[in-house]
Design a protein around this ligand. Structure first.
Ligand code: NAD
Length: 484
C-alpha cells in the first residue's frame, strides 16, 4: 500500500472521486514479487451507468460548449502535467505492470506526446464544401460520436490511454475509460492529472473493475456511441457482438504474431538490436512483438548465433531494478508462457538461447526465461499462436515469395518488418505483406505517435494513432442547403 500515493480504491465519475457502488475492492498484484501492491475498486454496472450519465451531461454542459481550440488547450495542459509527473507515473507503471523503469518512463513520455499531438490537432480537423447542384451549398462537418467507451489492457496502459482517450477528447467526445484489472494505477493517475489540468467534469470518467463485470456493462450500455477496445481476439469478438446489438461503431486493436523478415543483403548490425528488442520488450507482452523472425537461408546461422549472444547478455529482474526484462503480468500469464515452453520441449524444437535466470530473483515474482527457438516450422503452434511472453521463433526461408507466404501465413496481421537494402524489394514486399504497418530497415519507428496503427485479419479493424484516429473518433455530417 505504501507504494501508491493516492486512494486507489475509488472510481472517477463526473469530476468526483468516490467508492464504487458495491463498496467491494480487488487486489492489485506487484508482478515483480507477487505481493499485493494495493487494492482497486470493483466497479460494476451501477458505476458504469453513472459514468455514462456523467459523460452525457458533460456533452450537454461545459465540455460540449468548449471550442475545438479550448479542448486542445486542455489536452496540452494535461500533456505538460504528464511530463512534470513522468518519473512518478513511470514508477507506478513499473510497479503495476512489472516493466523496467526506463520502459515505463518511455510510456509516460509517449502519453505526453499523444496529448500534445492531439491537443495541437483538435482545431485542425474540418469538413469540406462539395461542388453540387446549382442553387445549393453542400458541406460536411466532423462531429464527435458522443460518449465513447475505452476498454484497455494492462500491457501499455499509458500509451493506449494516450492514443485512444487523447484522440477522442480532441474531437469533443466524452469518455468512459475501463482500465484492466491487472494494471490500472496510471489510469487513475491520469484522471487526477486531467482534473488538475481543468478538464470539465464528466469529460473523462474512469471505472476500474473486472472485464466481465464493468467491461461487459460498458460495452453493452445503450448510452454509448462508440467503443475503442484493445485486447484479446476472444474478448474483441464479445465487444463487437455487444456493439452490434446497439449498432455502435467499434475499433478493435487485437493481437498479433508479427514477423520481421531479414534478407541476405540486410545490414545485420543495424537489424540485430531490433530483432531481439522487439521480441523481449515488456517481457514479450506487446501486441506488435516481433515474435517471428524470418531469415533468408544464407544468413540464417549467423542471425541465430548473433541473436543468441544478445539473449545470453539479457538481464532479468524486478521492475525497479531497471534491467532489460521484468516479470510477466500475472501468475496466469506465467503459466501460459511456461506452457508454450513445455510445448517447445515436447516437440523437440531447438532452443538456440535461453537468457540466464539469476538466483536472486524475488520468490513469488512472475519471471519466465526469455527463449529463442530456431528452425521452427511456420505451421508449428509456437509460430502461429500469440504467446505474449519473451519467446521468439526463428524461421528460415528461401526467396521473396516464400518469405511473404510465411509472413502472411497466420491468422494475424498487425505489424511486419523488412530488412533489405534492395529498394525494389522494399516497395514490392511492403505492398504484399498483410499488416496494418510495415517498417523497412527499422521496427516500430520509436512508437510513432503520428503513424496510423491497427490490424487486418484477426488483429482487428479501425485505426488509432496519427491523424487517422481523429476521423475514427468522429462522424461525418453532410449538409445540403438549397438557397436559390
Ligand atoms: P483481454 O481481452 O483479456 O482484456 C482487455 C480488456 O478487456 C481489459 O480491460 C479487460 O478487463 C476487458 N475485458 C475482459 N473481458 C471482457 C468482457 N467480457 N467484456 C468487456 N471487457 C472485457 O486482453 P489482455 O489479456 O488483458 O491483453 C492482451 C491482449 O491484448 C493480447 O492479445 C494483445 O495482443 C492485445 N493487445 C493489442 C494491442 C493493439 O494495439 N493491437 C495493444 C495491446 C494489447
Amino acid at each position: 500500500m505504501q507504494h501508491v500515493p493516492f486512494d486507489s480504491t475509488q472510481v472517477f465519475i463526473g469530476g468526483r472521486w468516490r467508492a464504487g457502488d458495491s463498496g467491494q475492492t480487488l487486489s492489485l498484484a506487484n508482478p515483480s514479487d507477487g505481493s499485493e501492491l494495493t487494492r482497486i475498486a470493483r466497479g460494476g454496472a451501477a458505476d458504469i451507468g453513472a459514468a455514462v450519465a456523467a459523460a452525457r451531461a458533460a456533452l450537454a454542459g461545459t465540455w460540449g460548449a468548449l471550442t475545438a481550440a479550448e479542448r486542445g488547450r486542455v489536452l496540452l495542459k494535461m500533456s505538460a502535467k504528464v511530463l512534470e509527473q513522468a518519473d512518478e507515473l513511470a514508477r507506478l507503471e513499473a510497479l503495476d505492470v512489472g516493466k523496467p523503469l526506463k520502459q515505463a518512463r518511455a510510456d509516460a513520455v509517449a502519453l505526453a506526446r499523444y496529448l500534445e499531438f492531439y491537443g495541437g490537432a483538435a482545431d485542425k480537423v474540418h469538413g469540406q464544401t462539395i461542388p453540387f447542384a446549382n442553387g445549393y451549398t453542400a458541406l460536411t462537418l466532423r462531429e464527435p460520436h458522443g460518449v465513447t467507451a475505452h476498454i484497455v489492457p494492462w500491457n501499455y496502459p499509458m500509451q493506449i490511454i494516450g492514443r485512444s482517450v487523447g484522440a477522442a477528447l480532441a474531437m469533443g467526445n466524452a469518455c468512459v475509460l475501463k482500465p484492466a484489472e491487472e494494471a490500472c494505477l496510471t489510469a487513475l493517475a491520469f484522471a487526477r492529472i486531467a482534473g488538475e489540468a481543468g478538464i470539465p467534469a464528466g469529460a473523462l470518467n474512469v471505472v476500474p473493475g473486472l472485464g466481465e463485470e464493468a467491461g461487459a456493462a460498458l460495452a453493452a450500455h445503450k448510452g454509448i456511441n462508440h467503443i475503442s477496445f484493445t485486447g484479446s481476439v476472444a474478448v474483441g469478438a464479445l465487444i463487437q457482438t455487444a456493439a452490434a446489438k446497439n449498432a455502435v461503431p467499434v475499433t478493435l486493436e487485437l493481437g498479433g504474431k508479427s514477423p520481421q523478415l531479414v534478407f541476405a543483403d540486410a545490414d545485420l548490425d543495424a537489424a540485430l538490436p531490433f530483432l531481439v528488442n522487439a521480441g523481449i520488450q515488456n517481457a514479450g507482452q506487446t501486441c506488435s512483438a516481433a515474435s517471428r523472425i524470418l531469415v533468408q537461408r544464407p544468413v540464417f546461422d549467423e542471425v541465430v548465433r548473433r541473436m543468441a549472444e544478445r539473449y545470453a547478455a539479457l538481464r532479468i529482474g524486478p521492475a525497479l531494478d531497471d534491467l532489460d526484462i521484468g516479470p510477466v503480468i500475472s501468475a496466469r500469464q506465467r503459466e501460459i508462457v511456461m506452457g508454450y515452453l513445455e510445448v517447445v520441449k515436447s516437440s523437440g524444437l531447438k532452443v538456440a538461447a535461453a537468457a540466464p535466470m539469476p538466483a536472486s530473483l524475488p520468490r513469488g515474482g512472475y519471471y519466465v526465461p526469455p527463449t529463442l527457438v530456431a528452425d521452427v516450422d511456420p505451421a508449428h503452434r509456437i509460430a502461429q499462436e500469440e504467446i505474449f511472453g519473451p519467446v521468439q521463433a526463428v524461421i528460415p526461408f528461401g526467396d521473396d515469395a516464400e518469405g511473404v507466404a510465411i509472413a502472411n501465413g497466420t491468422a494475424y496481421g498487425l505489424v511486419a518488418g523488412l530488412w533489405t537494402r534492395d529498394g525494389g524489394r522494399q516497395l514490392r514486399l511492403a505492398r504484399q505483406l498483410q499488416a496494418g504497418q510495415v517498417f523497412v530497415n527499422n521496427y516500430g519507428a520509436g512508437g510513432g505517435v503520428e503513424l496510423p496503427f491497427g490490424g487486418v485479419k484477426h488483429s482487428g479493424h479501425g485505426r488509432e494513432k496519427g491523424f487517422e484516429a481523429l476521423y475514427g473518433f468522429s462522424t461525418l455530417k453532410t449538409i445540403a442547403i438549397k438557397h436559390d
